[in-house]
Unconditional design. Structure first.
Length: 426
């Protein structure tokens, strides 16, 4: 059957609205949870800015986007039955149209913003980012409710309330951690004595292993291969703790005082070096992992006390022996982007004016930085000097998170709205 000519523009318009196919951005800070993308972002942007594909209102939330199955997922605050709740929403990735919403529980931040913290009046919503895996979406609420729903319709598959079922011990600011999936398990922290670290079967939610007495932080664990062995690294109030993913057996520990529980960044793993940091006058540190026979050891490389070189809640990325991230505590609108030598902690350069946003490393050795004021900035990842390649103001509201990248499209959000931008051929 021959297609009539008048139908061609309609077909082209439909195709243009569909999300580009490619590797999905399935977890917080990317499928490898290391803040890196294999995609190359053009260094020259139009004077009018990156082409907007869609923009949609999103009420309160510091959650990032994740992409999977043609949908974009994030957490928002929504009034349900007379009270605010944290809600996982699914948007059509090509249009921004909401497809479903799944409530997670109460949204009330007694000391996580309501206390009048500068720039964070009222808590500003959920801080966790959902995870997508094989047709399912996993979300972890600020009050330690872990829920798995169908990506197609948002209907619950299984759930677990860590406060009730595992003697959960939340922190003053409530949880900001995202669920980590590696292999067949979902990893979270937040349980009670003897079960503070947990690995759940991602299919039915049963506990595969649990252990340790560490108290939780706001940090999301990471999965990485260190010295040839797959590991899951948690950042607890006692410091870094690495476990065998299938059993939870502790492989090594690195003491670091995060006893206030406000450590929000994920551990950064680069080869055999692991970095951690916390503000509130604690500081940053890096350790080197070694192995003799079957025994691991973590040895301190350096420690920088205080807030100047601390990562508040924007996790740095590691590239060619350097860390690139936003440093300083609560410097809203001014916190600097810095380059830090990973092996020594020495500062290479610093550029103010970013605030606690997020940093993503893209192909070609460039950084895609989202400032807290909604500026998207492309910066060269090089230790010699700060080199800005492009800049575009893309969002209103506070952007205390990282972007998602899916085959030439950038997905970013604030406490007020979400946007999808075309960065494939500008």
């Amino acid at each position: 059957m021959k297609m009539k000519n008048f139908a061609l523009p309609v077909v082209l318009a439909v195709l243009a609205s569909l999300p580009a196919r490619g590797a999905d951005w399935t977890q917080y800070r990317g499928p490898n949870h290391d803040g890196t993308s294999p995609e190359k972002i053009p260094v020259k942007w139009p004077e009018s800015g990156l082409r907007q594909i869609w923009r949609t209102p999103l009420n309160k939330g510091f959650s990032s986007f994740v992409l999977g199955g043609g949908k974009a997922y994030t957490l928002v605050t929504r009034e349900i039955e007379g009270g605010d709740q944290e809600v996982c929403v699914a948007l059509e990735a090509g249009s921004g149209k909401e497809l479903w919403a799944a409530p997670l529980g109460i949204a009330k931040y007694d000391q996580g913003g309501d206390s009048g913290a500068p720039g964070n009046d009222g808590g500003d919503g959920p801080r966790s980012t959902p995870t997508y895996d094989q047709g399912k979406v996993y979300a972890y609420s600020s009050r330690l409710a872990l829920k798995c729903v169908n990506a197609e319709d948002g209907k619950e598959v299984w759930s677990c309330d860590l406060m009730k079922d595992h003697a959960g011990r939340n922190i003053r600011w409530e949880s900001a951690a995202s669920p980590l999936i590696d292999g067949d398990l979902v990893f979270v922290e937040g349980g009670g004595p003897g079960e503070s670290l947990l690995g759940f079967d991602k299919k039915d939610g049963h506990v595969v292993w649990k252990g340790e007495d560490d108290k939780m932080t706001q940090s999301t664990p990471v999965a990485a291969t260190i010295l040839g062995e797959r590991q899951v690294v948690f950042f607890t109030q006692q410091g870094l703790v690495s476990v065998a993913p299938k059993t939870g057996a502790v492989l090594w520990r690195f003491p670091f005082n995060a006893s206030r529980g406000a450590a929000a960044i994920s551990p950064v793993v680069s080869g055999d070096i692991v970095y951690c940091s916390m503000s509130y006058n604690v500081g940053s540190a890096a350790c080197k992992i070694t192995k003799t026979n079957d025994a691991y050891a973590a040895t301190k490389l350096w420690m920088a006390p205080g807030n100047k070189e601390s990562s508040h809640w924007a996790t740095p990325v590691a590239f060619n022996g350097c860390l690139y991230g936003i440093y300083g505590q609560a410097l809203f609108g001014t916190a600097p982007l810095k380059c830090i030598d990973l092996a020594t902690g020495a500062e290479k350069w610093s550029k103010e004016g970013f605030g606690p946003g997020g940093v993503t490393l893209v192909e070609g050795g460039n950084l895609l930085v989202l400032s807290d004021a909604g500026d998207l900035v492309l910066v060269k990842a090089a230790p010699e000097a700060y080199t800005e390649l492009a800049r575009n103001h893309v969002l209103a509201g506070k952007c205390w998170n990282s972007v998602a990248i899916n085959n030439g499209r950038i997905y970013a959000r604030s406490t007020k709205e979400g946007v999808s931008l075309d960065a494939s051929s500008n």
